[in-house]
Design a protein around this ligand. Sequence first.
Ligand code: 4AD
Ligand code: MG
Length: 439
Amino acid sequence: MKLSAKAVPISKAAANVGRSIIIRGWIHRKRSSGGKMFAVVRDVTGTIQCVIDKGKVGEKEWSAIDSAYLESSVIVKGVPHKDERASGGVELSVEGLTVVHSGEQFPITEYQSPEFLLDVRHLWLRSQRMINIMKARAHIFRYARDFLDKRGFYEISPPLLTAAGGETGASMFEVQYFDQKVYLTESSQLYAEAMVPALEKVYALAPSYRAEKSRTTKHLTEYWHLEPEMAYFDNKKSMEFQEMLVSGIANRLAKTDSEILKYFEVDPESLKKIRPPFKRLTYEQALRLLNEKGDKVDWGDDFGVEEEKLLTENESAPMFVYNWPREIKPFYMPVNPKDDRTVLCADMLAPKGHGEIIGGSERIWRLDELMERLDEVEKAKGVKFDMDKYAWWIDLRKYGSVPHSGFGMGMERLIKWMLNLDHIRDSIPFPRMINRIKP
Ligand code: 4AD
Ligand code: MG
C-alpha cells in the first residue's frame, strides 16, 4: 500500500459499511488464533478491530503483521462490517496492509508505576488516558481564547526572559544572559499592563515559571498562565468577568466533550451547572469560617492546602475569597479604601480542594500611591526594590494612566479540576517539577 494512500478517519468507518476503505494508525492490541489475527488499530479519532485472515492477505503481509510489535504504525485496507460487540459498532475485514514501522518492543506493558510512566512520558502520551487529557487541554485553551476574543480582547506575546520579578520574586529561576543574571518570568502581568493603554483589553497565554520547592499535587515549575488585563475594570467587575470566563469554559466542555468527561468519571451535568454568581467570602469571613471548622488561623496568615480544602470540600462550583491582608499580597495591589488592613484583590478557589485557580486584583494606577506602597513593601520585607529594573513599569503611571484590573489563571489547575485529576502533572504533556526535567 502506498504511504500516501488516502485514508479515512477510524471514526468514519461506520459510515462506510460494505465499502473498501483505508485507515492509518497504530496497533493498540493484538491476538491471533489459528489463521486469524485480531488487531485493534488506533488513530486520533478512535479504535477499530481489524480481522486479518491468513488465507486472504499475502504471506509477506501476514508475517509482517504477525511479527509487528504493539504501537507499530500501520496502513490497513479493508471493508467495515457491522458488529454489535465491536467498539464503534464496526469491524474491519482486512484486504491488505502495510506495516509502516515496527521497530522495537514497546516498553509500556499493562501495570506500570506512575514513576515509570513519567520516565517514558514521551511514549505514554499515546495512552487513552493521556490522549483524552491532551484533547481536553487543547479544547480548553481554545474555549478560553474564543471567550476572550469574542469580547474584544487582543492576545499579546510577552517576553519570558525578564530582568525582574512580577510577583513576590522569591521563587524565580536565574538564567545566565550573556554577562548578566536574568530570570524566567513568574508572571506576564507587568507587560500586559504596559499594553493596556494601547489595546485596552489584552491577555497573555504563556508559560510562567516558579522555582517552587513544594512537592504538592498542585505545583509545577513551568505552567501555562492565562493573564487578562483590562482598562477601567475594578475588582468587582473583574470578579464578575472571571466567573463568566470559568463558567463559559466549563459549560462548553460539558456540551462538546462529554465523552472525555465520562472517561474521567466526571458528570457533564456537574459542569453544565456552573453558573455565575460564585460564592464570595471576604478573607475575614473565610478566616471566621475556618476557625469555626476547628482550623486555627490568625489574621494575616496565608491559606495553605488544608485551608483551601476546608473551604471548598462541600462546594460544587468555584468560590472567591477576596480582599486579603495587605502584608501577604504583592506590591501592585491597592489598599482597600473601606478597610485599610486589606487590598482590593480576589482568589478563585476550585471546588473539592483542587486549590487556587485564579489570583487577581485591581492595580495601583496613581504614581504617588504606588511609590507609597512600594515603600511599605520594602520596609515590611526588608529588601530594596530595584527601581532601575522597574522604572519602565512605574513609568506607565506617568502618562495617561487609567484604573485597571487583571488576573492570572493557572491552566493546568483548571484542567486538573475539570477532569478531576489526582495530580497536576498529568494535565501537561511534559511536566516540569522539582525532581523532573526529562523527558
Ligand atoms: O496567584 P499568582 O501567583 O498570581 C500572579 O502571578 C498574578 N501576577 C496574576 C495576574 O494577576 N496576572 O498566580 C496566578 C495563578 C494561581 O492562581 C494558580 O492558578 C497558578 O497561577 N499557579 C500555578 N499553577 C501551577 N503551578 C504553580 N507552581 C503555580 N503557581 C501559580
Ligand atoms: Mg495566588
